[in-house]
Ligand binder design. Structure first.
Ligand code: HEC
Ligand SMILES: [Cu+2]
Length: 310
């Protein structure tokens, strides 16, 4: 049915099955009950001031019917729901693990081979994956509608989730737990690759192809949008959680201790890798470090992009 999100994981049609089952039962009972309600309201309406209603003490048969039938139905709904729930909570042993860290306001993924990505989760078609998830700060929630999976992430405790993507393509990842100013921008993508394309991605070939076709500034723009900088830094001079990138390079920044520095390439690089080293006056020290997440190439591309914003 097209009014539900696309079905793109092994779990999606099972969840939809339970949803439709409950919806259809509810619909049938809604129709039966409303029909009787309207019919009786008309048939047994009071016709005159002196009309007296009969005194009825109960009807055992009727009461048995409307107790036993709903009880059986509720048990069926419970068992059906539980079977699917158990399946969703039990990752298969062969599932590949991916570590997920959520923080205000980005998603960080780490793969079994040490590879890391930001806001883009790469998975292979028809291979089960298990997300081992935690939060670095407040509650977040990992939600991919096309896979019908949603799970909260917490600080100091791991939560998990699994699915097998069944369709090649790009699917929207949302944070589904209000987590502060940048919540609505805490978006990510799940990129499902065919086994061959995944192989190439794992070896890093995909990335290099991409690099060759874009200028550093263009790549920097992509990193700005995909790595979560846009949740905190504007391009138009307005103040968000952090200072704007407009006119940043070559401009002056006043630091927390009152020192005025001229922002050059090294300052920007340091700000990205060790944001708590020199913090800008008037802003909270909330920027996450991108050490180990953004490569030197990525940082150079970001700097090239910032230079176009002056
Ligand atoms: C959670 C919000 C947040 C995110 C995400 C974030 N920053 Fe920041 N950033 C800040 C804040 C707040 C400051 C000011 C305080 C400080 O210097 O740490 C800042 C400061 C900076 C500065 C110094 C700015 C100046 O005016 O001197 C640079 C450069 C910077 N960030 C780059 C980046 C880049 C590049 C990214 C993405 C890869 C990024 N930031 C992601 C919040 C964020
Ligand atoms: Cu969030």
């Amino acid at each position: 049915m097209s009014w539900l999100p696309e079905v793109a994981s092994n779990l999606a049609s099972k969840v939809d099955g339970v949803l439709w089952f409950i919806t259809i039962i509810s619909l049938i009972f809604f129709i039966i009950i409303s029909t009787f309600l309207i019919y009786f309201a008309i048939k047994y309406r009071r016709r005159g001031d002196d009309e007296e209603t009969p005194y009825i003490t109960g009807n055992l048969t009727l009461e048995l019917i409307w107790t036993v039938i709903p009880s059986i139905l509720l048990m069926v709904i419970f068992v059906y729901g539980f079977v699917v729930f158990k399946d969703m909570r039990t990752p298969p042993k062969e599932a590949t693990e991916i570590n997920v860290v959520a923080k205000q306001w980005l998603w960080q993924f780490e793969y079994y081979n040490g590879k890391k990505t930001l806001n883009e989760l790469y998975v292979q078609q028809n291979r089960p994956v298990k997300m081992v998830m935690r939060s670095d700060d407040v509650l977040h929630s990992f939600f991919v509608p096309a896979f019908r999976v949603k799970q909260d992430l917490m600080g100091g405790r791991y939560t998990q989730l699994w699915f097998t993507p069944t369709k090649v393509g790009t699917f929207q990842l949302f944070c589904a737990e209000y987590c502060g100013t940048g919540h609505s921008k805490m978006l990510g993508k799940v990129i499902v690759l065919s086994p061959e394309a995944y192989d190439r991605w794992e070896k890093g070939e995909e990335e290099e192809e991409g690099v060759a076709s874009l200028s550093p500034a263009e790549r920097g723009e992509q990193i700005y949008a995909n790595s979560g900088c846009n949740a905190c830094h504007s391009l138009d001079g307005s103040k968000l959680v952090g200072p704007t990138f407009k006119g940043l390079i070559g401009g002056e920044s006043e630091l927390e201790d009152g020192e005025i520095i001229t922002a050059d390439e090294n300052y920007v690089r340091e700000s990205i890798l060790e944001p708590q080293g020199k913090t800008v006056k008037g802003y909270p020290p909330v920027m996450p470090s991108f050490k180990g997440i953004l490569s030197d190439n990525d940082i150079s591309a970001l700097i090239a992009y910032m230079k176009t914003l002056n």
